[in-house]
Structure formats: structure tokens, C-alpha cells
Design a binder for this molecule. Structure first.
Ligand code: SAM
Length: 269
């Protein structure tokens, strides 16, 4: 799979040479290319920003260098056609929220291009223009504002890259983890079994795989109910076992018309 990242700080992406993503690149599983936006400027000062029309604080990224960079990346993609357009991800706090489901969706693509904004962002016309050759997806890491798109790209490339076949050594780790099935992961423990007066739950030492699976599932439900009840609001209830429904009942959630509904903790008489 190919990734192109365009930024005025390509060196910000250096951590993508490390760990599993770095290894995947060296193994040829992931072809990641960095581009310095300033190399696509034409003036002596290599200007990438200008004042905003309409006034206001900050600067806006100029359209010309972005168009030149995006055209160069497209020209380097021999497989790109109208029917098979690369996906242009534009990090933005005003974008669609990047989730594990989106990571899975994007991991199926052949070519992802990331356009890292800085200042007040990129001139909006670039996104409109790019739709002729790219599938354009403004994408937010979450409801907060960063200084630039690079941190968001580090997170997205890692989340997408680790889903590619062969990147994570044991593919089973991708099945049993937070957000894989709409729930958070259960708590995990390692040796020693007793540490500073705190013991690993007995069931994990029992060797009884059925009981361990049940314990972990209950812990997933408990943790999700306490930390992220919003995930339970949208959980697909069709596969829930009787035991899981019972645990959810203890946690204050009932299945009503196929959806989990929080029981009113303090019903009015
Ligand atoms: N003026 C913009 C707004 O209010 O929507 C914020 C611009 S921000 C200071 C500069 C750049 O950081 C953005 O163009 C984007 O690339 C990146 N950025 C900031 N917050 C982000 C977030 N939550 N997710 C993804 N990218 C973000």
C-alpha cells in the first residue's frame, strides 16, 4: 500500500521510520513517501501562506503549491484512473472523526495521500479542485485543535498501517483489542501474580479457558459501561449471549428493540 504525506515539516514524520511501521516500510509492506510542500513553491522565499480574505487572525495556506504537490503525487501513481482515484486525507478539526472503523475502511485502499495543513488551514478551493482526481476526506483526530496535521498523520498512518497484512506479527492481537467489536479491551496482567499487595484476578490463574473468556467479556462490558457508555448506545445487540445480557442488565442497560438503553437510575414515582 502506498502513502504520500505532504507537509512543510516532513521531518516531523521521522517516527514513521521506527518500530513496526518502520519495519513494514523496510520489508516493502508499506511504501511511504514524504514531500516538502516548499519544494512546490516558485518564489524566492518559498512562500506557502498568505493573509485570509475577509480579514481575521492567522494565515491561510496558498492554493498554488498545494495544487503543484498534489499533481506531482498523482503523476507518480501509474495506477490512478477516474475509476480508481487515490484518497486524499486532509487532517482538520472540522473533519469527520477518525475511528477504528475508518482505519479499517482506509486499509482497503491502494493509495492514501495526506495533506498536512498549518496556520488556519488550506485554501478551501484546493479541496474542491482536488475532487476531480482524488476522493477527498477531511479527517479529524478528535474534538481539539492541534498546530498542524502532522501529529494527526502520525496517528492515522500507524492505525491504518498496523491493519495491513504482515505488519503486526500476531494477527490475533488485532481481533482482541479495544474497538475491534465496539467494546473496550479487558484489563491485562503479567508476572508476578502478586505485586505490591495487588493480586492478579484468580480466574486468570485457573487455566479454565471458558471461565477466563467469560471473565474477560464481563470486564469488557464493565469497562465500556463505565468509561465509554456512548459505545454501548450504538452496540449491535444481535450477537449478545444470555450471559452478556445479564451482565449488561447488572450494569443498568436493557435491550429494547435491538438497542441497548440505559435504565433511568432514579425513576420518578
Ligand atoms: N482554523 C482551523 C479550524 O478552526 O478548524 C484550525 C487550524 S489548525 C491550527 C492547523 C492545522 O492543524 C489544520 O489545518 C489541520 O491540518 C491540523 N489539525 C488541527 N487540529 C486537528 C485535529 N483535531 N485533527 C486533525 N488535524 C488537526
Amino acid at each position: 500500500m502506498r502513502f504520500d504525506v505532504i507537509s512543510i515539516f516532513p521531518e516531523y514524520l521521522a517516527p514513521l521510520e521506527l518500530s513496526l511501521i518502520g519495519k513494514a516500510r523496510r520489508d516493502g509492506l508499506l511504501d511511504l513517501r514524504l514531500h516538502d510542500l516548499r519544494t512546490f513553491t516558485t518564489d524566492r522565499h518559498r512562500t506557502v501562506d498568505d493573509t485570509p480574505y475577509g480579514g481575521g487572525a492567522g494565515m491561510v495556506m496558498k492554493p498554488e503549491p498545494w495544487a503543484a504537490a498534489l499533481e506531482a503525487v498523482l503523476a507518480g501513481d501509474s495506477k490512478a484512473t477516474d475509476a480508481r482515484r487515490p484518497v486524499l486525507i486532509v487532517p482538520s478539526p472540522a473533519g469527520e472523526v477518525f475511528t477504528q472503523a475508518v482505519a479499517h475502511e482506509l486499509a482497503e485502499e491502494d493509495h492514501l495521500v495526506f495533506a498536512c495543513g498549518r496556520y488556519e488551514g488550506i485554501d478551501e478551493r484546493v479541496l474542491d479542485w482536488a475532487r476531480d482526481s482524488y476522493i477527498v476526506r477531511p479527517m479529524s483526530l478528535g474534538d481539539y485543535v492541534l498546530n498542524g496535521g502532522e501529529v494527526a498523520v502520525l496517528a492515522m498512518v500507524e492505525a491504518i498501517g498496523r491493519l495491513l497484512p504482515g505488519v503486526v506479527g500476531n494477527p490475533e492481537s488485532l481481533v482482541e483489542e479495544s474497538h475491534a467489536d465496539g467494546l473496550l479491551e479487558y484489563p491485562v496482567y503479567t508476572k508476578p501474580s502478586s505485586w505490591r499487595g495487588r493480586n492478579v484476578p484468580d480466574v486468570l490463574l485457573s487455566g479454565n479457558h471458558g471461565k477466563i473468556a467469560r471473565f474477560r467479556r464481563d470486564e469488557q462490558l464493565r469497562r465500556t459501561a463505565s468509561r465509554r457508555p456512548d459505545l454501548l448506545d450504538v452496540l449491535d445487540t444481535t450477537g449478545l449471549t444470555k450471559a452478556e445480557r445479564a451482565t449488561l442488565g447488572e450494569l443498568g442497560f436493557d435491550v429494547v428493540d435491538g438497542r441497548l438503553v440505559r435504565r433511568d437510575p432514579d425513576p420518578q414515582p
